[in-house]
Design a protein around this ligand. Structure first.
Ligand SMILES: C[S@@+](CC[C@H](N)C(=O)[O-])C[C@H]1O[C@@H](n2cnc3c(N)ncnc32)[C@H](O)[C@@H]1O
Ligand SMILES: CC(C)=CCC/C(C)=C/COP(=O)(O)OP(=O)(O)O
Ligand SMILES: [Mg+2]
Length: 291
């Protein structure tokens, strides 16, 4: 929907902090998978996360119908937006004067949703200049650029003042960073009493070690999935006290099972489905209070 390639915010792009961050910037600068763009085209909210909730089979109708694929795309998108709404349900009371931070903001779909829901400012950071440009162009189209801004910035080293942010989140973006470094930074810019929320995939310590499926997901996305144990330990070490933990694994499986039947498959569907089924991988929400 938006293809502008320049923006005032991203005009000066900082050098990557590490060679790995350079790899991740390149990865997301070059990403243009139909499974993300065609879903975003449904209503202009572009996500890079997965979905939760029951599939509405009545809305999908008959697979033999010529409109079925279009309905399937709309249904996958509805489940992805439901995931972002569920994350936002856990941010606590947010007023229009507050500022939120989306750490690893992708193309900015969640930022638009948060602004629409709370009327607040939302600051997003991504390593990818194309993503930041895309998000800023979308915000201009929606005339919300005074409230919603993406910038190219390392989430481990942000410009936000100490204690200045009411709530922050990572939506499927924690697997690219060291969790101690990440939570130290959220803890620094969050106000005391503020809320931190993540939805993430993590390997399950009860399984033992990362399964072959988890290793496949890491290789596919060039990321490094952490264990559930690591999240809780790193939060505890950084004044983030878990308030709510929800195992979303059963809620995300219908999304994956539906996606696996679509024309937009990317080849990673089997690894998610098998690892969620064998218990080696979990999809979780963790909401924590900054104390
Ligand atoms: C899977 S996408 C998730 C995007 C978004 N949260 C969403 O839900 O649509 C991962 C994002 O993390 C970002 N990312 C990874 N490492 C980062 C870092 N060190 N600093 C800032 N962003 C980072 C990538 O640039 C990308 O935008
Ligand atoms: C839960 C885990 C382990 C997530 C890894 C991070 C990631 C790449 C998320 C989805 O991005 P995307 O929407 O660009 O991926 P896809 O193209 O597969 O939809
Ligand atoms: Mg996607």
């Amino acid at each position: 929907m938006t293809t502008e390639s320049t923006s005032t915010v991203t005009a000066k792009i900082p050098a990557p902090a590490t060679p790995y961050q350079g790899d991740i910037a390149r990865y997301w600068n070059n990403e243009a998978r139909p499974v993300n763009l065609r879903l975003g085209d449904v209503d202009g909210l572009y996500h890079h996360h997965y979905g939760i909730g029951a599939v509405d089979h009545a809305a999908l109708g008959d697979p033999a119908d010529s409109e079925y694929e279009k309905k399937l795309i709309a249904e996958l998108h509805r489940l992805e937006s439901a995931q972002a709404e569920f994350l936002m349900d856990h941010l606590g009371p947010i007023g229009s004067d507050d500022t939120l931070v989306d750490a690893g903001c992708g193309r900015g779909g969640s930022m638009v949703m948060a602004h629409r829901r709370f009327g607040c400012k939302v600051e997003g950071v991504t390593l990818s200049a194309s993503q930041a440009d895309f998000g800023n162009a979308r915000a201009r189209e929606l005339r919300i650029e005074d409230h919603v801004r993406s910038r190219v910035c390392n989430m481990l080293d942000t410009p936000f003042d100490k204690g200045s942010i009411a709530a922050s989140w990572n939506n499927e973006s924690t697997m690219y960073v060291d969790l101690h470094d990440l939570f130290a930074e959220h803890s620094r810019f969050l106000e005391v009493g503020g809320r931190y929320v993540t939805i993430t995939g993590c390997w399950n310590p009860r399984y033992g070690q990362p399964s072959k499926w988890v290793s496949q997901i890491n290789a596919h996305f060039e990321c490094n999935i952490h264990s559930r144990r690591e999240y809780l330990r790193a939060m505890a070490d950084n004044r983030l006290v878990p308030h709510t933990i929800v195992d979303l694994t059963p809620d995300t499986l219908p999304y994956w099972e539906l996606r696996a039947t679509s024309s937009l498959v990317t080849g990673i569907e089997k690894a998610f489905i098998e690892s969620y089924r064998d218990g080696s991988f979990q999809y979780v929400l963790i909401a924590a209070d900054r104390v």
